[in-house]
Design a protein around this ligand. Structure first.
Ligand code: TNX
Length: 511
């Protein structure tokens, strides 16, 4: 009997954890509040994940387990350990704490014995585990025990988003990007707490989504891209797979069909839709503003209804983006009529319309959202009408602008955007008299005239987009370039592990 007790007690090894500091050095975006307690949770082979009995929370637990496995090659079981007293647990709990002020808020308590993540929703828990992923060290400490142990610094984190809509946009029309490319982008966006990916699915140079009732859109309209490459498109099954993958990461896909301008590819496939008085020809250049639908034909609205219905049926998100930019050859009164009618079609399929800032010049309902990209005047029109706006000012948030004169890809029409300039601005006051309640958040568009593969996409997107994650998530009072700079430098091991070919700007002292 005595021997047995001794044997059992020997299992309870007391570990003197070294003093660790739950500093933010590896965290982007910066959380709202961090309180270090200078000890550590030893993540090791005795650790298990336990979640609330809720399928969304269970999925978050499995997601975390997978990511721990790929980062440090440690298998952490989820909701399966019988001997729960013996294990060190990472709990992922659904709670209704009053301290959680938004559905994506979370609390994290890290002690020597456990890590507890509390959230109201699975989305909140998902944001929380991104923070945890960031503070699990790359290297184990092999001196404390006979097995490997990764020391997660102890303390408390309270966190919630600054803006509710934290978006990126990818133009798959000027150049096509595969489902695999989009998934890789989604993986990294999720790590930085983005929650929306807007796909610009159509433009003059290509139509990229299968519409079963209008098959020539992809049979003909998908076979071109800028520069004469082969183009491509998503079948509806492909699109569903993108949506599924995004949903697993609590990211909404916002589909865009750009109209009435930017429609050359559609009118090449179906010339009866064309309204610019010319015979449509395939276009693989980079000009804008020469195409339009015929806004006075019933067939055009029947077409739009079919397209919006088919896409809405496979898009669970709240929004449908109807474009509306640069319709330079559509008469003003025709543009107004078209946007109003199309916005009603969008609403009839249960979606909230988003459009580029030009839609604020029409009588569109104040439920629609205007995406400010160029015209502050239009942004103010939208605000006066009580519309909500998304901030994508080209001078600050366009990922297709060159970093500097040496940049390999990108355009310069708005300006150059080096990595510091992308971060150092205040979205809260960027537009005059901007009521915070009317701002959904920032979206960073990546137009693809000058990029045709994932490496080039990554060159323009990274590292600038990581800065937008912080502008979107972190309150103004907690943002600071000098501090951010160091935390960005510490993202290099993650980006390298993900094989993200970021632009290694000299402004950052990369780790
Ligand atoms: C303007 S931004 C456009 C796009 C181009 C982009 C290039 C916007 C709503 N329209 O059609 O791709 O500039 O930067």
């Amino acid at each position: 009997g005595i021997f047995l007790i001794v044997a059992c007690q020997e299992k309870r090894v007391i570990i003197n954890y070294p003093t660790t500091d739950l500093s933010a050095e590896n965290m982007v975006p910066l959380p709202l509040k961090i309180t270090p307690t200078n000890s550590a949770f030893g993540l090791d082979k005795n650790t298990a994940i336990y979640t609330s009995n809720d399928s969304g929370f269970e999925q978050v637990g499995s997601f975390l387990s997978n990511k721990i496995s790929t980062k440090i090659n440690l298998e952490v079981p989820v909701n399966t350990v019988n001997n729960i007293e013996k294990a060190k647990i990472i709990y992922i709990n659904k709670t209704d704490s009053l301290e959680l002020k938004s559905k994506e808020a979370y609390q994290m308590y890290i002690t020597q014995d456990s890590i507890i993540i509390n959230a109201k929703t699975a989305a909140g828990a998902f944001r929380g585990i991104q923070t945890l992923r960031q503070i699990i060290p790359e290297e184990s400490n092999d001196t404390l025990t006979t097995h490997k142990m990764w020391l997660v610094p102890s303390g408390k984190i309270l966190d919630q988003p600054n803006y509710e809509y934290r978006g990126a946009m990818l133009d798959v029309a000027r150049h096509f990007f595969s489902v695999g490319d989009v998934k890789k982008y989604l993986d990294v966006l999720a790590y930085y707490k983005f929650n929306a990916l807007h796909l610009h699915l159509t433009d003059d140079q290509g139509w990229r989504i299968e519409i079963k009732s209008w098959p020539k859109l992809t049979e003909i309209g998908a076979s071109t891209e800028v520069g004469g490459g082969p183009g491509g498109f998503y079948t509806q099954e492909d699109f569903k797979e993108i949506v599924r993958y995004a949903t697993e990461r609590h990211i909404t896909i916002v589909p865009e069909i750009d109209m009435p301008g930017h429609t050359n590819a559609a009118t090449v496939a179906y010339p009866q839709l064309n309204g610019n008085g010319k015979t449509p020809k395939v276009y693989t250049g980079m000009r804008v503003g020469f195409s339009t639908f015929d806004t006075n034909k019933d067939i055009v609205y029947a077409f739009v209804d079919d397209v919006v219905r088919e896409i809405s049926a496979i898009s669970p998100g709240l929004y449908f983006h109807l474009g509306g930019d640069e319709s330079h050859v559509t008469k003003k009164k025709d543009f107004k009529k078209f946007i109003l009618k199309v916005s009603k079609i969008v609403e009839s399929h249960g979606k909230t319309p988003i459009g580029w800032d030009e839609i604020a010049t029409t009588d569109i309902s104040s439920n629609a959202v205007a995406q400010f990209w160029r015209s502050e005047k239009n942004a103010n029109l939208a605000l006066d009408k009580g519309m909500k706006i998304i901030l994508s000012p080209a001078k600050k948030a366009y990922l297709d602008m060159k970093y500097d004169t040496l940049s390999k890809h990108g355009l310069t029409w708005a300006t150059y955007i080096p990595v510091d300039s992308a971060y150092i601005w205040t979205p809260e006051t960027f537009v005059k008299n901007l009521p915070k309640a009317q701002v959904l958040g920032i979206e960073a568009p990546l137009w693809s005239e000058t990029i045709s593969n994932i490496e080039e996409l990554e060159y323009l997107a990274f590292p600038r987009i990581i800065g937008y994650s912080e502008l979107n998530w972190t309150i103004k009072e907690n943002r600071n370039w000098e501090n951010y700079k160091n935390r960005l430098a510490n993202q290099a091991p993650y980006l390298d592990r993900m094989n993200v070919k970021y632009y290694p700007t000299k402004l950052i002292d990369w780790k």
